[in-house]
Structures are given as C-alpha cells and as structure tokens.
Design a protein. Structure first.
Length: 68
C-alpha cells in the first residue's frame, strides 16, 4: 500500500461525508452518523497499520483511496 499524508486521508473522509468535530493536540476527530474516525495530524506519512485502521473505521475501500 502506498503511503499517505493525513491531509490526503482527510480529503477522502470529507468527500465521503465525514465532518470535522474537534481537535485535541495532534489528533482530529471526524464523524458521520454513528461512525467516528480519529486522524493523527502531523506532517509525516501515516504508518501502514494506522492507515488501514482509519480506512476500516471509515469504510473506505482501496479503490476509493487510489482515486486520490
């Protein structure tokens, strides 16, 4: 899986209808209906395990991610 910056993942989440709720430290919380996703927000690539967890929580497929 290709590496992604938090900004790129946030774009995908917002396009899927997630709204920014709040930020505490370097973590941003996004919400859509009953789904909550926390994205660590710094200027580094997300680690593969963290990225996979965010995508699973948000219901984002690999195909949707490749269309960035």
């Amino acid at each position: 899986m290709k590496s992604f910056k938090p900004r790129q993942i946030i774009k995908v989440l917002e396009s899927k209808g997630f709204n920014f709720i709040r930020q505490k430290g370097s973590h941003r919380l996004y919400k859509k209906e009953n789904l909550r996703v926390t994205v660590p927000y710094h200027n580094k690539d997300l680690k593969p395990g963290t990225l996979k967890s965010i995508l699973n929580q948000a219901g984002v497929t690999d195909e949707e991610l490749e269309n960035i």
